[in-house]
Design a protein around this ligand. Structure first.
Ligand code: NDP
Ligand code: 2IT
Length: 456
């Protein structure tokens, strides 16, 4: 079967031929194909100029997970009915450190989705400057509408299998969609019981049992810090800018918080059912209300429009048609398509920073690159979350605790260094292609480590 390259993207025959192998070996894994295609297109020129990468088949090895675990998760719901879900952990690459990456609980989870997330994680983690390999896991379990006890029983059953494969020096999971503080707590409790060991095997833990200050905030804050650095390249700041944010979970909430602190006006949030548009801006008080709605009452974003006057609700809509200067896609993959991207650019949006993983379709990315707006891809812009996870690991292993300011300053410094690295590898004339920059900078670090470790 021939693999169709994305229209308008320069491809090499080596990239096409590796893509065909990937598709033949992993049919149907569409999100993985999409993520791999982008990486291959960015890094192939580097590989073609370095014989040693070709001889050691670095790229061919990079797209093949080192190990994939897939297991049954059986549990009993509140009505006494037996439920069966599927659990996964994709251990993608451990060249520069132990496998590290989140767990996602969402009905759309399958092997292809987790392989795309794991590949992104490998390059993202390399960008953080920390010694972290890449992995991702999760389940097709849907926490929506489940009671706390059901979620606890599911997490315990999930960890009853996963615990034998993870550890603070081998594989350290964390949160992602559908996995927040509540789930990490239940997962940690079960790990500790089975392993008879209290250690930093998970990150995103509660502050009373080894969690790091700023971990909850880190992905959202980091995505705004990355945008701040992109804006600075054009002598711009957040002051007086209008921003649209998608999603209303962990990443969207703290993106909004940091944007407010830095002087921007945030006018949208969304969830899988629709978008709210608040022309007056979501202030701190309204944001606190959203956090209660989403993190405690676990309600729908529609309720915002019922609660706050002057707000509109657009069912089944994304935020991209709302006029703005800045956009922060912070919900899920492929939530921003070509039409959405064209509308954003037409309305004057000139900076997009991705809190989510791969939220823009390849066609949307093309629109941003052709328009030469500031476009920060997820693997660079959202790396703040895993970076603070890395700091949490060092606090756990050193039995120490950093202050809020200390962690926030380190996060700021790391985002600055990721930005610098993207510019170093992505600058082309006066314009930086952050997609190329992020992919090449991450790849070179992992590839060199793989070369030095031989064929394993
Ligand atoms: P949460 O579960 O806290 O929130 C997810 C948000 O996205 C919710 O508003 C949810 O709406 C929406 N959403 C999820 N799936 C879909 C879908 N299929 N269609 C439309 N909307 C959807 O997750 P996070 O905020 O942690 O994660 C958001 C994104 O950020 C993900 O792409 C994740 O991979 C990425 N990310 C997260 C990091 C972290 O540290 N948490 C780190 C780096 C990246 P609803 O409630 O209706 O489902
Ligand atoms: O996509 C991601 O980077 C995350 N979900 C966070 C991973 C982590 O290990 O903190």
């Amino acid at each position: 079967m021939m693999y169709e390259a994305t229209e308008g993207v320069e491809t090499s025959s080596a990239a096409n031929s590796l893509m065909e192998t990937i598709v033949a070996k992993s049919p149907g894994e569409l999100e993985f194909h999409q993520a791999a295609r982008e990486v291959l297109d960015s890094v192939m020129p580097v590989v073609e100029s370095e014989k040693r990468y070709q001889n050691a088949k670095i790229l061919e090895r990079l797209v093949e997970p080192e190990r994939v675990l897939m297991f049954r998760v059986s549990w009993v719901d509140d009505l006494g009915e037996v439920q069966i879900n599927r659990g996964f952990r994709v251990e993608m690459n451990s060249a520069i450190g132990p496998y590290k990456g989140g767990l996602r609980f969402h009905p759309t989870v399958n092997l292809g989705v987790l392989k795309f997330l794991a590949l992104e994680q490998v390059l993202k983690n390399a960008l953080t400057t920390l010694p972290l390999g890449g992995g991702k896991g999760g389940s097709d379990f849907d926490p929506k509408g489940k009671t706390d006890l059901e979620v606890m029983r599911f997490c315990q059953s999930f960890m009853s299998e996963l615990f034998r494969h993870i550890g603070p020096d081998t594989d350290i999971p964390a949160g992602d969609i559908g996995v927040g503080g509540r789930e990490i707590g239940y997962l940690f409790g079960q790990y500790k019981k089975l392993a008879n060991r209290f250690c930093g095997v998970l990150t995103g833990k509660g502050l009373t049992y080894g969690g790091s200050l700023i971990r909850s905030e880190a992905t959202g804050y980091g995505s705004v810090y990355f945008a701040e650095d992109m804006l600075a390249t054009r002598n711009e700041t957040f002051e007086g800018k209008v921003a649209v944010v998608s999603g209303s979970g962990n990443v969207a909430q703290y993106t909004t918080e940091k944007l407010l602190q830095l002087g921007a006006k945030v006018v949208t949030l969304s969830d899988s059912a629709g978008t709210i548009f608040d022309k007056n801006g979501i202030d701190e008080e309204k944001l606190a209300w959203v956090m209660g709605l989403k993190n405690v009452r676990r309600g729908r974003i529609r309720e915002y429009a019922e609660h706050f006057e002057g707000t509109e609700y657009f069912p089944d809509q994304k935020p991209w048609s709302v006029k703005c200067d800045l956009a922060f896609p912070s919900a899920t993959q492929n939530e921003l398509d070509e039409d959405g991207a064209k509308t954003l650019v037409k309305n004057g949006c000139f900076c997009v920073s991705e809190g989510a993983n791969m939220p823009s379709t390849p066609e949307a990315v093309e629109v941003f690159l052709n328009a030469q707006i500031l476009y920060g891809p997820g693997k660079a812009a959202n790396a703040g979350g895993v970076a603070v996870s890395g700091l949490e690991m060092t606090q756990n292993s050193g039995c120490m605790r950093r202050s809020r300011d200390d962690v926030d300053q380190q996060l700021r410094r790391i985002m600055g260094s990721i930005h610098e690295n993207c510019v170093r590898y992505g600058k082309n004339g006066g314009v930086t292609n952050y997609v190329q920059g992020a992919n090449i900078a991450g790849f070179v670090k992992v590839a060199d480590a793989m070369l030095q470790q031989g064929v394993v």
